[in-house]
Design a protein around this ligand. Sequence first.
Ligand SMILES: [Mn+2]
Length: 243
Amino acid sequence: MPSRKKVRLIHTSDTHLGDLAGHPRSAKALESVVGSVARLGGDVLLMVGDVFDNDRISDDVLEYFLAQMARLEVPAVVLPGNHDLLDANSLYDRAPFRNKPANLHIISQNDGEAITLKDLTLDLWGRAMLSHTPQFRPLEGMPPKNSGRWLVAMAHGHFHVEGDIDVRSSPIYPEEVAGATCDYLALGHWDRHFDASQGDVVAAYSGSPLEPVGRSGEVGVTVVDLDPVGGVKFQRVAVDNIA
Ligand SMILES: [Mn+2]
């Protein structure tokens, strides 16, 4: 059986590119994140939804994003979220994405899709969001792990902490996390970094690069180490802010 390699993920989400009023520093924050990947020794960049703020943004914003992805020397994987849905009007179907750089992968199956990065012994699975409703379950249909490869799941939705009985769209429940087949669950939708680990399953919201807007000027990412010997660990790390 082939053995799994040591892999370092750089996990981010919720950049909301194109929202000049609400997230005026999001573009510079993304540039800071992209610039940090090599310095942090990242093997892959994960962007877990709401990369873009809405589907009315101009092509310039898409071109800007694609130019940033082209700077990376490693693969980048995007999971569409509720602000950048994978629906009939999806911005991911617009012209600029037809010439996307080869290192950029977009999860584009609403029922779930796995992207295999063979060199990294890594499978990345997620469900591209079609509509943000209580019926959409981001973890539904997660496949079993493949032997000799890590399984990292990406999910954009609301984690119900113990006692949270509100009806929310795209819910993720603690017992689903505890029963998940993945080695790491990369979450998006919350601006703040949060440890959602349950039982033996390691799970975290990366938080947006700037965390909740206005809280601090610091840009950060969540660095995740998949280590066949040391196990799975993550930490939020501040990166150089170029803004
Ligand atoms: Mn969201």
